[in-house]
Design a protein around this ligand. Structure first.
Ligand SMILES: Nc1nc2c(ncn2[C@@H]2O[C@H](COP(=O)(O)OP(=O)(O)OP(=O)(O)O)[C@@H](O)[C@H]2O)c(=O)[nH]1
Ligand SMILES: [Mg+2]
Length: 312
């Protein structure tokens, strides 16, 4: 995306068009559908889904990652990149947006035991779909075909170096730039620097994204609870509604941990995500309140000015 115009795809071609009226590039995200008269972008159509995260820095705003995504391919590799806490964040993001989250474990070809990674990933959420694959293999188009069919939009997210662009190339036949990862810690080199949309041969759409350094959730309570269904069901059995799961009588957590029904590490990750989400969400509410206050001040000033202007 540029400042005054956007790059888009239409039925037959790639186009670059300026925006009409009050529409700015900041109003649009990759994956948006727009109406155009062939000369300008006139309007953005209502979105089916929105994938957002807390914007980087100390600001308190959310940043739209992509629009209208049906399936979020959460990409990680069968190596040191694999991190349950990070995957849970992506799953919560996806669940909160109402998209289907699917985990793709790349580099299965260079791992002695990819099934152990798959088993660990499958434990992250009930009924979670996890695939191990070699992202360089064009045959994966068949494995991923159901998600990529006509009218469907898929997006690839994950750390740098996990193979998002390699997957994009295998699924589209393009030759987008990729780079080898660092040997020691499996980290990528942030090769892709902007989000891009590509047409798939079966009539679907695919979004490649730059590797994310961090994913900070905000306003994602429902998504977090959906991913941590086991935890939320269990704490529903605590005697007190506001149980802090520390030492209250009737708390269901210690027994479940002792019986092996609940993983203590999973509970800690859930608590951390909930806390973070609460803090980030509260700050959004504060920002809204501030903006309302500002609006009221502007109104007051305008009223005062018009009274002053009317005076002879
Ligand atoms: N052996 C093997 N190599 C892979 C696989 N997937 C990706 N690679 C290699 O991993 C390196 C990084 O892949 P990229 O596609 O650039 O990774 P990316 O996720 O797009 O990285 P960023 O653009 O930096 O976010 C490249 O050298 C790929 O060839 C895989 O499944 N198997
Ligand atoms: Mg890339």
């Amino acid at each position: 995306m540029h400042h005054a115009q956007i790059d888009g795809l239409c039925a037959t071609d790639a186009v670059t068009l300026p925006m009409a009226g009050s529409l700015t590039t900041g109003d649009l995200a990759v994956g948006d559908w727009v109406l155009s008269d062939g000369l300008r972008i006139l309007r953005c159509l209502d979105r089916k889904t929105e994938l957002g995260r807390r914007a980087k820095g100390s600001g308190k705003t959310s940043q739209l990652i992509a629009a209208n995504v049906d399936t979020l391919f959460i990409v990680t590799s069968c190596n040191a990149d694999f991190n349950p806490a990070r995957l849970e964040r992506y799953l919560a993001l996806s669940a909160d947006a109402g998209t289907e989250g699917v985990i793709l474990l790349t580099k299965a070809d260079s791992c002695p035991d990819p099934d152990s990674y798959r088993a660990r990933a499958e434990r992250l959420r009930r009924k979670l779909c996890v695939l191990t694959l070699d992202a360089r293999d064009p045959g994966i188009a068949t494995d991923l075909g159901d998600w990529c069919r006509h009218g469907q939009t898929v997006a690839l997210v994950g750390s740098s170096g996990v193979g998002k662009t390699t997957l994009t190339n295998s699924l589209t036949g393009l030759a987008g730039p990729t780079q080898p990862i660092r040997e020691g810690d499996a980290r990528g080199r942030h090769t892709t620097t902007s989000r891009s949309l590509h047409a798939l041969s079966g009539g679907g759409w695919l979004i490649d994204t730059p590797g994310m350094r961090s994913l900070s959730l905000m306003d994602a309570t429902e998504g977090i609870d959906a991913v941590f269904e086991d935890v939320t069901e269990l704490i529903g059995q605590c005697r007190f509604h506001d149980c802090s799961h520390q030492s209250e009588p009737g708390c269901a957590v210690p027994q479940a941990i002792e019986d092996g029904h609940l993983d203590a590490a999973c509970l800690r990750r859930w608590e951390k995500l909930k806390r973070e989400d609460r803090i980030n969400t509260e700050t959004v509410a504060e920002a809204r309140e501030r903006s309302r206050w500002f609006g009221r001040q502007v109104k007051k000033s305008l009223a005062l000015k018009s009274r002053f202007d009317r005076k002879p």
